[in-house]
Design a protein around this ligand. Structure first.
Ligand code: PLP
Length: 342
């Protein structure tokens, strides 16, 4: 009977649980830091699969960490799904999340379990993606600007006012970019680089996915983004391409954590287990159009997704750059030395 109800729900594209059934299964308060389409897809599908009612709030990784901190004594969320790995590590160190071992860990890529181990079992990897440059091929061609191939190119006068990147206070993507530059160049040189790039930056966006959408709309020529997001825009029909920096680049382990003091712990664990399954991980692409590398070994790499094994990745020091104090220090330095520039 329940199966019949669920398939009817699928047909209607809605959720066909009666209020009584939903109440019996309980509620899950989900903080979600991936793109809204994917967040909505996981909320709808989990609710459909389990009957657990989902209240979902979507915000960037830095903003979500700030919310979880502010609510530390009275947590409103049960699970934090997605977003860059560093703020998940910071949350774990600050005892804002709790340890959990899913039976589905057995099916995960090694890097997903590295995140789990480094976080004291408080965060697990759900996807990975590399940092790079997104660009609007038509806009750059019209302006006769060659696309960037290396970090060093971003200082070139041809990109004056043409680059968009996010603000690390709200965006996990922006923080990964800062940590990447620091690891490639050394800290003082990286801040010097960002100061010199500043005249070429037209805006520091709130969300990490804002700049690539601005590229797609033709509002800016170049974005510093996760390169899988460039493919999402290209698949949507925009003249967008991407490159990964010749000097090497950083990457994220997009993560998931259960909040300490979660009021709906049973539902939180059920969601966590579900989100690590192959069908749930397929949703990123199939329902959300997202092209990250999934952490479940059986979930296929979506067609035309960037292949991380073909990208020159640095040995990103997640333990160091995920430390709360290090993250705070680098963002404060960015505020003083880059964000405050006229
Ligand atoms: N959306 C997608 C598709 C991502 O891959 C990520 C990174 O984990 C984010 C959003 C995070 O966004 P933000 O930089 O705003 O924290």
């Amino acid at each position: 009977m329940r199966r019949r109800l669920l398939s009817l729900a699928a047909l209607l594209g809605g959720i066909a649980l009666t209020p009584l059934q939903a109440a019996a299964q309980g509620t899950l308060n989900l903080y979600c830091s991936v793109q809204i389409e994917w967040c909505q897809a996981i909320a709808t599908n989990f609710q459909r699969d389990t009957g657990i009612r989902v209240n979902m709030t979507q915000r960037g990784s830095g903003e979500t960490l700030a919310a979880i901190r502010a609510e530390g004594q009275n947590p409103r969320a049960d699970v934090w799904f997605g977003g860059t790995g560093d703020p998940h590590l910071a949350a774990g160190e600050e005892n804002l999340t709790q340890a959990y071992e899913s039976p589905n860990n057995a099916n995960l890529q090694p890097w997903a379990l590295t995140q789990w181990n480094q976080s004291g079992r408080r965060s697990v990897g759900v996807y990975a993606g590399a940092v790079g440059f997104g660009f609007n091929t038509e806009l750059l061609a019209r302006k006769n600007i060659a696309p960037p191939a290396c970090w060093a190119d971003l200082l070139d006068a041809r990109f004056r006012g043409e680059i968009q990147v996010a603000n690390p206070n709200s965006s996990g993507t922006a923080y990964v970019i800062i940590a990447t530059l620091v690891q490639i160049m050394g800290e003082d040189q990286a801040f010097d680089f960002m100061r010199r790039m500043h005249p070429n930056v037209n805006s520091y966006a709130r969300s990490g996915t804002g700049p690539i959408k601005a590229v797609a709309r033709g509002e800016t020529g170049v974005s510093l983004s996760f390169v899988h997001d460039a493919v999402t825009e290209r698949n949507a029909g925009f003249p967008v391409s991407y490159a990964t920096p010749c000097e090497g680049t950083g990457f994220e382990i997009g993560s998931m954590s259960i909040i300490r003091g979660a009021r709906n712990l049973t539902q939180a664990r059920r969601f966590y287990d579900w989100a690590l399954t192959e069908p749930a991980q397929r949703l990123g692409f199939e329902a959300g159009g997202q092209l990250q590398t999934p952490s479940n070994r059986n979930a296929p790499l979506p067609p035309n997704a960037p292949d991380l094994s073909q990208i020159r990745l640095i040995e990103y020091d997640f333990a160091k750059y995920g430390r709360a104090a290090e993250r705070r220090r680098l963002i404060e330095r960015w505020d003083r030395e880059v964000g405050a520039l006229p």
